[in-house]
Design a protein around this ligand. Structure first.
Ligand code: SAM
Length: 224
């Protein structure tokens, strides 16, 4: 909240990497968080990126129903290649065509050049065990290391990376993996949902204690 409140740019850009068809991240940044902040950026726009076109189209349907499309974009890209190939979904382009005044500089860039430029986003989110998920599919269709390197490169210097529910399915040492890319671990929080009690996680925390049943865990990093 401190980081977002102190943002200087008019347009605050959030990247939801490997979003699937889930609207939790855009709903949080576009709808919930602004109501919690007294000092907020003029506009927050969330770019949901996934390799799976049908999931993105389903996400777009949900966003349309909830009236959030003005501030959310669905972009098809493989994380490993998003700095050379990232395309707004056709329905998204049609939506923006009808509302040119709502287009951001990044929308114009994506439409013309079809890739994410380096150092673009203020916040990145890997929601719901994405690091583990990428490693599980490593040999099949994802190169986790390369994909995460690209996550690093499209975030601005000083941007925040939020990693939620690490190790909920696959135990991978998220802190070690993400720090090795050049991020700095800032804090980890584990919330016990039954009573809301909070446990702070150290940098050396055992990955096996993260995201246990009945808990919500997240980690925050800063891009150098
Ligand atoms: C568990 S699902 C979606 C998780 C979602 N972030 C959430 O909040 O629930 C994982 C997603 O990762 C996407 N994915 C896997 N490998 C990818 C890659 N290399 N590039 C882009 N997306 C990828 C899949 O298409 C899938 O939609």
């Amino acid at each position: 909240m401190d980081y977002i409140s102190s943002a200087s740019s008019d347009e605050f850009l959030v990247a939801d990497f490997a979003s699937g068809e889930y609207d939790r991240v855009p709903t949080f940044f576009v709808d919930i968080l602004p109501r919690m902040l007294s000092n907020r950026p003029n506009r927050t726009i969330v770019y949901c990126t996934d390799i799976h076109a049908l999931r993105l189209d389903s996400l777009m349907g949900k966003l349309e129903e909830s009236g959030m499309l003005d501030n959310v974009r669905v972009v098809r890209a493989k994380l490993e290649e998003m700095d050379t190939n990232a395309t707004l979904r056709p329905d998204m382009l049609a939506y923006l065509d009808e509302r040119p005044s709502r287009m951001t500089a990044l929308d114009h860039h994506l439409r013309l050049k079809e890739f994410y430029p380096a150092k673009t986003f203020d916040v990145g989110v890997l929601n719901n065990d994405i690091v583990g998920y990428l490693h599980e599919y490593y040999t099949e269709y994802s190169d986790a290391q390369k994909g995460l390197e690209k996550v690093y490169s499209v975030l601005k210097s000083g941007a925040i990376l939020v990693v939620t529910m690490p190790c909920s399915l696959y135990v991978v040492d998220n802190i070690q993996v993400i720090e090795s890319l050049g991020f700095m671990f800032v804090e980890g929080i584990d919330i016990k949902l039954s009573d809301g009690s909070i446990r702070h996680l150290e940098r050396s925390a055992d990955p096996r204690i993260m995201s246990r049943l009945g808990h919500y865990t997240f980690l925050i990093f800063v891009r150098e």
